[in-house]
Design a protein around this ligand. Structure first.
Ligand code: ATP
Ligand code: MG
Length: 397
């Protein structure tokens, strides 16, 4: 039935040169999303709109699912197109379309004909009247409502005839690639994949960094993070995931600093290292899954201490959310099931029984001095030995 999709996108703030950048980024992201679908597709702009034309057999649900993960799309309209035909033949096509696409005929509708092809024998007013009448005659339970129709039956007469009447909601947001790149601190938890998703939704490309601590954390814990990155990459496009071996830094902190400050000091080093990679890779900010008050290391005082090591902006989109709200998003984006797998992450092994909740920056800095003799070398080694995995969701599996 459908062989094409008209892609609707929000155009607020998308004017002039920005519009061109926005549309090209959107088309790129659509192409990326479609790579994992069976079939061949042409993504193109025609008369100021973006279309996805299927050039082979395809699975409708699979394509809609892929498109519904492309930020910037506000609506996906499945389109039937037919070759130009005379008004009598067009009537038949429309009746056939309504019959198949709208099984439930207890609906109101409005005809909406646009005629770009001015040589077509009837104008849009005449076509609205004659096609509308034909629908009413063929399906007596359908009624016309010109103000708030259930079905807006759109027929566009161009080089071909396009027919569409349903809009499947898209995810909204901005196409990835229109707002620079940021570095996501990705742990195996629930919050950070959600944080990455939310920032990618604003058009920001993602790279990620994961700190692991072998042998205290297992290969499976690392694989879980790779899997999470892969799920997020359905939305964000490919992610360069940097894996940092954090063991020696953690051990040094464990040996030399007060245990109730372990988490804060560790988090400060994570941020420092993440920022250093970010600066090397053209990332303009950092992203974390922190939420005020969730755990001791996320009280306002703790956040202030962690934040102090960075100069790049730190985006914390979960900051004002309750855990359940974050969980709801993680379920929606399909990261939840992976996030709750029980593999330990590096924080859980070195956590103190009674972590400070109101750390003093001055005291923390004083205690960090105990690391002076080794920390620069350890950070340098950690950076030099980082492993970078390119995580992408463009292959079918
Ligand atoms: P999450 O559910 O995202 O793991 P969390 O509730 O477990 O978060 P913390 O462990 O305190 O919270 O971590 C706060 C944030 O710090 C995480 O959201 C993440 O951005 C970052 N983070 C924590 N541990 C790591 C890690 N091992 N590697 C990379 N980032 C980390
Ligand atoms: Mg965590």
């Amino acid at each position: 039935m459908f062989s094409s999709f008209l892609i609707k996108y929000g155009e607020i703030g998308v004017k002039g040169k920005n519009r061109y950048i926005f549309e090209n980024a959107l088309m790129n992201q659509i192409r990326y999303a479609l790579k994992r679908c069976e079939g061949k597709f042409l993504v193109h702009k025609a008369e100021g709109r973006i279309y996805v034309d299927a050039e082979s057999e395809f699975d409708f649900d699979e394509v809609v699912d892929a498109l519904s993960k492309v930020f910037g799309i506000t609506g996906i309209c499945p389109v039937k197109f037919v070759d130009l035909c005379n008004p009598e033949e067009l009537k038949k096509v429309i009746l056939d379309y309504v019959d198949q696409v709208h099984q439930d005929k207890n609906k109101t509708f409005k005809m909406h004909v646009r005629r770009a092809h001015k040589s077509y024998p009837m104008d849009s007013m005449e076509l609205n009247a004659s096609l509308g009448e034909a629908v009413l005659e063929a399906f007596p339970s359908m009624k016309v409502d010109v103000h708030e129709p259930d079905i807006l039956l759109t027929v566009e007469i161009r080089e071909k005839i396009y027919i569409y009447s349903t809009v499947i909601p898209g995810p909204g947001g901005m196409p990835v690639g229109t707002n620079g790149k940021a570095m996501l601190l990705l742990s195996g938890g629930i919050d950070s994949p959600v944080a990455g998703y939310m920032i990618a939704k604003r058009g920001v490309k993602l790279d990620a960094v994961y700190f692991h601590a072998p042998p205290y954390t297992s290969e499976r814990a690392k694989q879980k993070v790779v899997d999470l990155a892969r799920i997020v990459s359905r939305y964000s496009g490919p992610i360069y995931l940097h894996v940092i071996n954090f063991t020696d830094i953690q051990l040094a902190i464990y040996e030399k600093c007060p245990h109730d400050e372990l988490t804060i000091i560790m988090r400060r080093y994570m941020m420092k290292i993440a920022e250093s990679i970010a600066l090397d890779t053209e990332c303009l900010g950092l992203i974390t899954g922190e939420s005020i008050g969730q755990v001791a290391s996320q009280t306002i005082c703790s956040l202030a201490c962690t934040n102090e090591v960075c100069t790049l902006p730190v985006f914390r989109p979960c900051i004002g959310m309750d855990k359940q709200e974050i969980i709801n998003i993680s379920e929606k984006i399909d990261t939840y099931e992976t996030s709750i797998l029980p593999f330990e992450d590096c924080c859980t092994i070195f956590v103190a029984k009674h972590p400070v909740t109101k750390p003093s920056l001055e005291v923390i800095k004083r205690h960090e001095k105990h690391l002076d003799d080794c920390i620069d070398e350890l950070v340098k080694t950690a950076l030099d030995t980082k492993e970078t995995i390119i995580v992408s969701y463009d292959k079918r599996d």
